[in-house]
Design a protein around this ligand. Sequence first.
Ligand SMILES: NS(=O)(=O)c1nc2c(F)c(F)c(F)c(F)c2s1
Ligand SMILES: [Zn+2]
Length: 259
Amino acid sequence: CTQINRNAALHPLWQSELSVSGGTRQSPINIHWRDSVYDPHLKPLKIHYDPATCLYIWNNGYSFQVEFDDTTDKSVIMGGPLENHYRLKQFHFHWGAINEWGSEHMVDSKVYPAELHLVHWNPVTSTSFEDAIMENNGLVVIGVFLKLGAHHAGLQKLVDALPAVKHKDAIVEFDVFDPSCLMPSCPDYWTYDGSLTTPPLTESVTWIIKKTPIEVDQNQLEEFRMLLFTSAGEEEKRMVDNFRPLQPLMNRTVRSSFR
Ligand SMILES: NS(=O)(=O)c1nc2c(F)c(F)c(F)c(F)c2s1
Ligand SMILES: [Zn+2]
């Protein structure tokens, strides 16, 4: 069969695929399960999100993003590989034009149709999210794989709001949403030091990748694919394939929280 080139229609953002000059810890990566090292010192990840901190959804031109009030420690994560707590700033997704690809990370070269990123920043070492982007380990991003399966009732509230943010820069109020409902119940994760996967691609991210995917149904994935990269009035370009290609592991070890 013809090898479908999943990078053919990469969004301009990644087409230039500038690798941060001298980048040694870029993301995403392909996680080789048997090369990951079980670390018994890794604690369970603790997640406390306050649904009232949810602010709005917007289309930023390469994904749709749900923003949170990060002026207090109301929605935080701690434990796991982390030395202190981190505040939830936003979450967004990456997905493909078809179910055969879409995630940024892979596990033993298995790719999922989509991947959720929950972005947090370190209020102890940084005074703002913008600062934290430039700080070594200023950010923690939790990655959750989405696989095709049962309807996800929690996700549906988000999906129902997507038509209101079809175009780039569209924004709609979105209050009272608890992103914990998008977490798999299995506590297992991998963790490694990496980078943002969109420019500025800074190497400031402690990645926590959940081992178990959540299930969403075909209609929900197709709603993601109805979004547009383009602004109202421009020639329409469907928002699909908004993932960065795999990056070299270089001198890094992926640790696992499970045997
Ligand atoms: N895909 S990602 O690595 O989670 C990720 N990239 C970015 C990024 F490029 C930004 F400019 C930004 F403000 C973010 F909050 C994130 S979060
Ligand atoms: Zn992302």
